[in-house]
Ligand binder design. Structure first.
Ligand SMILES: Cc1cc2nc3c(=O)[nH]c(=O)nc-3n(C[C@H](O)[C@H](O)[C@H](O)COP(=O)(O)OP(=O)(O)OC[C@H]3O[C@@H](n4cnc5c(N)ncnc54)[C@H](O)[C@@H]3O)c2cc1C
Length: 120
């Protein structure tokens, strides 16, 4: 079977920068090809901002329990289960991965305007 593909822009990678470029090009009716050699979403979604913010927020809650910000409120740190904390993060990342798989299937993800996302 012969496939004839035509794209106006080919993007190597699928991180935040790639998505910004793809959305901008798609808004100008350009056909965009996005590739990825590792995991869809790049550093921010998989290893950077999203997972680190999750743990920073959890650490903040744990800290606040021992350091209430308002006089008259008395709280304490009860119990920290680090494995459970990591498990919930992993579960969220797995859910994101499942959602990404769904979004990556052609035809284009709704609202983004991409023609295809092809993985290496
Ligand atoms: C721990 C951590 C926390 C962070 N927190 C924040 C934050 O709170 N706020 C913030 O603004 N930034 C944060 N960052 C920075 C942010 O993650 C990066 O600035 C951002 O992800 C860069 O996006 P990018 O698209 O340029 O690169 P990336 O997200 O790294 O994407 C590049 C992608 O290209 C792929 N690729 C590379 N070469 C090829 C190839 N030849 N073919 C196919 N695919 C290829 C890679 O596999 C990768 O998926 C954080 C980073 C880290 C590590």
């Amino acid at each position: 079977m012969k496939n004839n593909f035509h794209f106006d822009l080919a993007i190597l990678g699928s991180g935040s920068t790639a998505f910004a470029a793809a959305i901008s090009a798609a808004a100008q009716d350009k056909k965009v090809l996005m590739t990825e050699e590792r995991t869809l979403g790049g550093t921010c979604l998989n290893r950077g901002c999203v997972p680190s913010k999750n743990l920073i927020e959890a650490a903040q809650l744990w800290h606040n329990a021992a350091n209430p910000r308002f006089s008259g409120i008395y709280t304490r740190q009860e119990h920290l289960d680090f494995k459970e904390l990591i498990d919930q993060l992993c579960l969220k990342l797995i859910l994101i991965t499942i959602l990404k798989r769904g979004a990556a299937l052609p035809p284009s993800p709704k609202g983004l305007g991409f023609r295809a996302i092809i993985f290496g």
